[in-house]
Design a protein around this ligand. Structure first.
Ligand SMILES: Cc1cc2nc3c(=O)[nH]c(=O)nc-3n(C[C@H](O)[C@H](O)[C@H](O)COP(=O)(O)OP(=O)(O)OC[C@H]3O[C@@H](n4cnc5c(N)ncnc54)[C@H](O)[C@@H]3O)c2cc1C
Ligand code: FES
Length: 255
């Protein structure tokens, strides 16, 4: 059940341009959180709405999140220092459910954050995608102690293979026997990943991001259309079975 925590900041450091890793001391939250769940952080008393972030690690009684500075809230968050306290609501949402023999994690950009927690908790390989070297090198370092094998692509070819994760994915799926694919990142990427997993008859879970207000299922601001009707990303998700949110038959007709 979600609870409110006052957590002390252990570190809040830049890991790449405009990307920060925040570590807070929160043993009770760390103990109860599952991979794929998220937290709502109160930035300061001047912000009415909390900001949602995927839980990236729960090891050692500490919760880690990775965030990109995109607006006023994340800018203020980046100025908070070790020793400051943060008001955090969590753990929220449902989390990933596949944890079979061998999982493949496929992530792009900040979507890799919840997948890092999955790598910590399940036996997994990871396919990391980013725009350029700066966007993937720190993820490689973070996944190194947890993932069994790491594959990397960059759009500009400055690190790993040149191209998108979906260019490389068929090769990886053919080379190994995975029991499921978990993906998080831009929607267009997740749609492509889910389709390739579907073609291999592999279960696929996708983690969605929508602008949120309450984060608790009360305000409907995060609703999305699924094959099972309207669903709330904060409460029914953020993790969904890919078949529930992507309509492959309709995609085939429009392609
Ligand atoms: C379940 C969930 C998990 C998330 N996990 C992470 C994470 O691990 N790391 C991370 O960096 N970000 C994550 N986000 C996105 C993050 O919440 C937003 O980037 C953040 O709230 C922006 O706050 P801000 O005040 O700096 O920006 P604002 O001033 O509110 O907005 C600045 C810009 O960011 C865009 N933006 C704001 N919120 C979102 C959103 N939810 N999705 C997409 N674009 C948004 C706005 O459209 C605008 O263009 C997650 C969002 C959700 C819903
Ligand atoms: S954010 Fe309020 S219902 Fe999801």
């Amino acid at each position: 059940m979600a609870k409110n925590f006052i957590a002390e900041i252990v570190a809040n450091e830049a890991v790449a341009e405009k990307i920060f890793k925040l570590t807070v001391d929160a043993p009770e939250l760390a103990e109860s959180a599952r991979a794929g769940q998220f937290v709502q952080v109160k930035i300061s008393d001047n912000f009415t709405l909390r900001r949602p972030f995927g839980i990236a690690s729960t090891a050692g009684g500490r919760v880690k999140i990775f965030y990109r500075v995109v607006g006023h809230g994340t800018e203020i968050l980046s100025q908070r220092q070790a020793g400051d306290c943060l008001n955090i609501l969590g753990a929220l949402g449902n989390g990933f459910t596949s944890c079979g023999e061998k999982i493949l994690l496929v992530g792009g950009g900040m979507g890799l954050a919840p997948l890092l927690c999955a790598a910590e908790q399940f036996s997994a390989d990871v396919l990391i995608g980013g725009r350029n070297r700066g966007e993937v090198v720190f993820w490689q370092k973070e996944f190194l102690p947890h993932a069994e094998e790491i594959f990397i692509t960059t759009d500009d070819g400055s690190f790993g293979r040149r191209g998108f994760v979906t260019d490389f994915l068929p090769e990886i799926l053919s080379a190994k026997n995975y029991s499921a694919v978990l993906t998080c990142g831009p929607e267009i990427m997740m749609r492509g990943v889910a389709r390739l997993a579907h073609e291999k008859n592999l279960p696929c879970e996708v983690s969605f991001e929508k602008r949120m207000a309450c984060g608790l299922g009360a305000c409907l601001s995060c609703s999305i259309d699924t094959v099972n009707g309207r669903r709330k990303v904060c409460k029914d998700g953020p993790v969904f079975d890919a078949k529930e949110v992507f309509d492959y038959e309709r995609d085939n007709q429009t392609n």
